[in-house]
Design a binder for this molecule. Structure first.
Ligand code: ATP
Length: 214
């Protein structure tokens, strides 16, 4: 089972996330790709974060009609802060040691990974797929991996990945990066501007109906 886990605050989910998810699933031939909203994101407590049930509902609405993507409530059913290491271990237990777990993350979020709980253990537990942008600073990514994660990661240019003698692989994938952020969407809703074509219509209707981000 080739499993992809795409975690995020998804406050709200937008077309940038969805396009990225579809490209990663196809490129890595994943059997399942789960979008996992963080219930209590440790790094975003101060922001205007919509409640977790609403963010999960928006993920569900966003992927309606796209059977290759699934919404997961795993972090909502766990009390306390949402740590990725616990989510990875949960899926490892559930699908067994044979499962091939890939954690999907944008390069921006990846560059902050040293602030995540038990971050080195993440690389023992799951492969990583780092979504890069064409012409992104790959040299700095390599320095980052060597200085902050492990100097034993070796870059393999033909497959655009970093292999490790004991840990899981870090794959890189250039994706179509749509210049959309949830921050921008929240700001625009707050100012009464349209967010049409930035989020799926069902998500836009839900935000309007619930009066989120006003
Ligand atoms: P915010 O603006 O509130 O910080 P965000 O739009 O960056 O939110 P998150 O939920 O924080 O969204 O991101 C979840 C994951 O999606 C992260 O790994 C992030 O790098 C990635 N991501 C965010 N925006 C995009 C985008 N436009 N295209 C591809 N990946 C993205």
């Amino acid at each position: 089972m080739r499993l992809g886990l795409f975690g995020g605050t998804f406050n709200p989910i937008h077309l940038g996330h969805l396009r990225a998810a579809v490209e990663v699933r196809e490129a890595f031939n994943l059997d399942r790709l789960l979008l996992i909203p963080s219930a209590h994101p440790p790094h975003k407590m101060a922001d205007h974060v919509a409640n977790a049930e609403d963010r999960l509902e928006m993920v569900r609405l966003a992927i309606q009609g796209e059977p290759s993507l699934e919404a997961s409530d795993v972090e909502l059913s766990r009390p306390g802060l949402s740590y990725t290491i616990e989510t990875l271990r949960y899926f490892q237990d559930r699908f067994g040691p044979e499962s091939d777990i890939h954690f999907i993350v944008g390069q921006d979020a990846f560059s902050e990974i040293t602030t995540w709980k038990s971050y080195q253990a993440l690389f023992v537990t799951a492969h990583f797929i780092v979504m890069t942008r064409p012409r992104s600073k790959l040299r700095s990514l390599e320095d980052f991996i060597h200085t902050q994660i492990s100097a034993e990661y070796q870059y393999e240019p033909t497959s655009n990945r970093y292999s490790h003698p004991r840990w899981r692989t870090i794959f890189c994938l250039d994706i179509t990066h749509l210049d959309i952020s949830a921050t921008k969407i929240r700001e625009w809703v707050g100012r009464g501007r349209s967010i049409r074509f930035l989020v799926p219509d069902a998500v836009r209707s839900f935000i309007n109906k619930k009066g989120l981000y006003r």
